[in-house]
Design a protein around this ligand. Structure first.
Ligand code: KIV
Length: 274
């Protein structure tokens, strides 16, 4: 099939499509990607949403937290992914410091992301604290995905990456924040590392899709960090993570073979030269 015909047949995933999926009970599959080559495979494999997560700070750049990644770096990852993707919706994380406490800076950052990457939406972390930024970004016609529960950009406030909203007060605030974001007009919310029953309650009460990570099965979809589920990153093993491959060992094995072949003179052979 020619690329042109294949492209014509691809129905792009939009915010509207995600809403319809929730209504008919079809689960939404979401993964992160940060570069052209892997995003191309992820899209071809049928993923619904690709998140260019600020987890790029961890898996691409080796930082301990997501805080150091900059707006320009997120834009670089975002534009690389957008160039690869035909069907999936591409959502880009707004990095720490680009929207908190200043809704004018938030809209400037969001417009930069949308203009320079041509992605489909942005995601930001938090509830009542950032709703002014959410409102201003939405007023520019930019679709917004929320993120509640464990919000890694606030790690210095919380001090740990343990399960959130186990206590009644925090659970109550999470539900209030979810309603607030829905009323503001976000098209979906990620719930990270919270009790499954609480996530299920939010998903059943809200009309927008709720995507979980470490939030159990009672939500409208799931998201994982690509490098974690492919087993490239072996240092991170939370209970919620299912590894679908062991790429760390596979890549190490392949590279080890290459090193041996170069050292022994086996590579390149007579067919591998001009
Ligand atoms: O940055 C990220 O990868 C995320 C997911 C964990 C949801 O925000």
């Amino acid at each position: 099939m020619s690329v042109a015909i294949e492209t014509q047949r691809v129905k792009k995933v939009t915010t509207h499509v995600l809403g319809e999926m929730k209504m008919r009970g079809e689960k939404i599959a979401m993964l992160t990607s940060y570069d052209y080559s892997l995003a191309r495979i992820v899209d071809k494999a049928g993923i619904d949403v690709i998140l260019v997560g600020d987890s790029a700070a961890n898996v691409m750049a080796g930082w301990k937290t997501t805080l150091p990644i900059t707006l320009s770096q997120m834009i670089y990852h975002g534009e690389s992914v957008v160039r690869a993707v035909k069907r999936a919706m591409v959502v880009i994380d707004m990095p720490f410091g680009s929207y908190q406490g200043n809704s004018v800076e938030a809209i400037v950052s969001a417009i930069r992301i949308m203009k320079e990457t041509t992605a489909n939406a942005i995601k930001l972390e938090g509830g009542a604290e950032i709703v002014d930024s959410v409102n201003r970004i939405l007023s520019a016609g930019i679709p917004v995905m929320g993120h509640l529960g464990l919000t890694p950009q606030s790690i210095n406030k919380f001090g740990t990456y343990t399960v959130r909203a186990k206590q009644e007060e925090e659970a109550k605030k999470l539900i209030e924040d979810a309603y607030l974001l829905q009323e503001a007009g976000v098209f979906a919310i990620v719930l990270e590392k919270i009790p499954a029953q609480l996530a299920g309650k939010v998903a059943s009460e809200l009309r927008i899709p709720i995507i979980g990570i470490g939030a159990g099965p009672l939500v409208d979809g799931q998201v994982l960090v690509l490098h974690d589920m492919l087993g490239i990153n072996q240092d991170f093993s939370p209970r919620f993570l299912r590894r679908y491959h062991n790429l760390y060992d596979e890549i190490k094995f392949a590279v080890g073979n290459y090193v041996d072949d170069v050292k022994s003179g086996d590579f390149p052979n007579e067919k591998e030269q001009y």
